[in-house]
Design a protein around this ligand. Structure first.
Ligand code: PEP
Ligand code: MN
Length: 360
């Protein structure tokens, strides 16, 4: 059920309707839009009786939402959700494309700083890197844990990049929430409902990656879990799904981008690195993702991919990432998007790795 308020409804009237909903034992989710506020109702097993709400001052209409997802739906919010970050001009979901880049995993301070400097200089506003890695083998590198988070926090201070990193369980989420700007929920955890609920109680935006065999509806329901707990800053990420194709690690399903945008107000970014698993396919698929209307890209970059502790074969060299940025800069305006101007504040280019050394 969804209560659509009148365009001129006052704050008091909105609060009154929310209190009424809560007094009936449900949860109220007021979602402001450009024109009017809509209030989503969750926590009801059956139908909510619309009568009393319809009569309240400031209420335009009460609509039954027939789709299984409610808060993620465009029914509740017509305009796109734009996610903002305190102290930064970076946004996700607005006209500017959100570019997230960095290594698969934070391996050490020097590696992370070297890559961060290069991606910042090329125009990325977000630095990605795993501190907690969900690995297929228990014997593979599992990430540096909190030390990795500390390194990323220093990268934010040094380069002004916002930090995106994965939480793999409730315990790591606690720490990721403290250090990072975006909490990533990985493909393997897309249906870890207790983790999604915990992320919904976090005070930072959450990026939910599509599960390896998840349908569009399942992806939207995962986002609904986060929003149902009161965290409305959710980003979706297409990272490829398992198919019979064996020329790529996964099949990047770019058609999900317009499909999501039709049904949901949430931003969707594309990860062509996990989506293809091959370095030579990352730039072509990044061009395609921007052309199809994605709200951003998440790309793995490593200065020494042959020595990377994870996902080296799909990581771009920094020069390749610079070329990728040059190409998507040209494509973005064709679809009415832009890539924010290069940040001039980084200073002169240090020799590879020297900035990390001089900082330590
Ligand atoms: C990642 O982004 O580092 C990652 C592990 O991705 P995914 O969850 O999509 O496999
Ligand atoms: Mn990876």
């Amino acid at each position: 059920m969804l209560v659509v308020m009148q365009a001129h409804a006052s704050e008091d009237q909105i609060r009154g309707v929310c209190q009424k909903i809560e007094s009936l034992g449900y949860r109220a989710h007021p979602i402001p839009g450009a024109e009017r506020t809509a209030i989503g109702i969750t926590g009801n097993q059956g139908e909510v009786e619309p009568g009393t709400l319809e009569e309240m001052p400031g209420v335009q209409e009460v609509i039954r939402v027939t789709k299984p997802y409610k808060l993620v739906s465009r029914d509740i919010k017509v305009d796109n959700t734009v996610i903002r970050f305190p102290g930064s001009t970076a946004t996700i979901g607005g006209t500017a494309l959100a570019i997230m880049a960095g290594p698969c995993a934070i391996e050490n301070r020097e590696q992370a700083f070297t890559v961060a400097e290069r991606v910042a200089r090329a125009g990325a506003q977000f630095f990605r890197g795993g501190a907690y890695k969900p690995r297929t083998s228990p014997y593979s590198f599992q990430g540096l844990g909190e030390e990795g988070l500390r390194i990323m926090a220093q990268i934010r201070d040094q380069f002004g990049l916002r930090i995106v990193t994965e939480a793999i369980d409730n315990e790591s989420l606690e720490l990721v929430e403290e250090y990072a700007d975006i909490i990533q929920i990985g493909a393997r955890n897309m249906q870890n409902f207790s983790l999604l609920r915990r992320a919904g109680r976090a005070r930072k935006p959450v990026m939910v990656k599509r599960g390896m065999s998840a349908t569009l509806e399942e992806l939207l329901m995962a986002a609904e879990y986060v929003m149902s707990e009161g965290n409305y800053n959710v980003i979706l990420c297409e990272r490829g799904v398992r198919t019979f194709a064996d020329h790529t690690r996964n099949t990047l399903d770019l058609s999900i981008v317009p499909a999501v945008q039709r049904l949901s107000h949430l931003p969707i970014v594309v990860d062509p690195s996990h989506g293809t698993g091959k370095r030579n396919k990352v730039t072509p698929l990044s061009r395609a993702a921007v052309a199809v209307g994605a709200d951003g890209l998440m790309v793995e970059v490593h200065h020494e991919p042959d020595k990377a502790l994870s996902d080296g074969v799909q990581s771009l060299y920094p020069e390749q990432f610079e070329e990728l940025m040059a190409q998507v800069r040209q494509i973005a305006p064709v679809v009415g998007r832009a890539i924010p101007r290069l940040d001039q504040a980084i200073g002169p280019l240090s020799k590879a790795g020297t900035s990390a050394r001089s900082l330590s």
